[in-house]
Write a protein that binds this ligand. Sequence first.
Ligand SMILES: Nc1nc2c(c(=O)[nH]1)N[C@H]1C(S)=C(S)[C@@H](COP(=O)(O)O)O[C@H]1N2
Ligand SMILES: [Mo]
Length: 430
Amino acid sequence: MRKKRPAPSEPEQAAGNGLLDRRLFLTGGAAAIGSAALSDTARAAEVPPVQLLPVEPWMKTPGSPFTAYGQPSRYTSKVARVFASAPGTTGTGTSRTPHHLLDGMITPNGLHFERHHNGIPDINPEAHRLLIHGLVRRPLIFTFDALMRYPMESRIAFIECAGNSALLYQKDPAPLGVQPIHGLLSCAEWTGVRLATLLEEAGVDPRAQWLLAEGADASGMSRSIPLAKAMDDALVAIFQNGEPVRPSNGYPMRLLLPGYEGNMNVKWLRRIKLTEGPTMTKDETSKYTMLLNDGKSLQFCFEQEAKSVITRPSPGLTMGTPGLYEITGLAWSGSGRIAKVEVSADGGASWALAALQEPVLPKAVTRFRSPWRWDGGAATLQSRATDESGYVQPSRSKLIADRGARANYHFNGIASWGVAQGGEVKHVYA
Ligand SMILES: Nc1nc2c(c(=O)[nH]1)N[C@H]1C(S)=C(S)[C@@H](COP(=O)(O)O)O[C@H]1N2
Ligand SMILES: [Mo]
């Protein structure tokens, strides 16, 4: 029998079932315990003398020429959105971001989730106008070129559909993964003109407390927004991750209301009307209200509350050999910065602090990471976010006990991934 190498000093356990101290990856200890985690059979593969790498075919001929707009590698064709349209329509529905195949905090434009209530309009920016009227001193109409001359600002912000993760209201866990369950969330750098700048130019009548925002698509989608939000951090966004906003995300301009439910971020923005009270549009009466247990409905639930989800490991990705893994995921809060994320490998019996990757920005997603030594056995992985207001992401059972299971929107309870003996990962309720 071969003699075992002396084990490198064992990293600090941070919680049950193999969760290790979050500083492990910073101290370089991961390399040591990573190789220690390999089995003896795997180590035997190290024995042959080092060979030179073969010269591959792509090293023997010149590469392909330039293209005007870059595309991803053809080997990454699975890194794609999944989508579904309502019966009888082609463009009414959602497409979802493949967070299990992405990393970092920015969602590439081609993978930003989409939610359209009646397809994507083909808007000629030269014909597009933005009207500001209602309770203002002088109504204004902006052309696209006029808007481009205003000072701009950038904000890295998430947009999350209020219906994201709604499947977790169901009695039984949907046999699905991160993308179909939690994929109505994306995060981008949005650049544009502060709405406050435009409103100040129009001159807000002191009676105005709300505004109506309307899109130029065929859905008649419009929402009422408190004036205070408009004057705070609202943006008329013209650029998305540095390039013009994509048609699917609101070209030539969209409203960005950082932290507010996706629906209020009106795309293809064409009209803002200042009003004394909310307009009570169909999208804030028949929809986007939360039906509670007592039969009453909550209306105007603007902020997306703190939430997190583990993106890897997650269903659809199978574990390899037992050993060291990184648990990673996203955390976000509509009311500010993420203060901490805790990770559990034993269904919430014990929790370890995850490392938060910089930058940690308000109303943007934060990437978290936690080292985990998987022993090959069963585990239930969970993450729990706390934001800077002190709000803690609730367990699924607490959320449903407080709110009921018919609310449909704003599900932000803790999600669980069950790892079975052998490594299959499934959506479970813990
Ligand atoms: N004009 C208009 N704005 C809209 C919508 C729409 O259908 N029409 N969908 C809303 C919904 S429900 C969401 S969740 C977000 C989605 O933004 P995205 O498609 O850029 O991800 O846009 C909102 N703005
Ligand atoms: Mo939405």
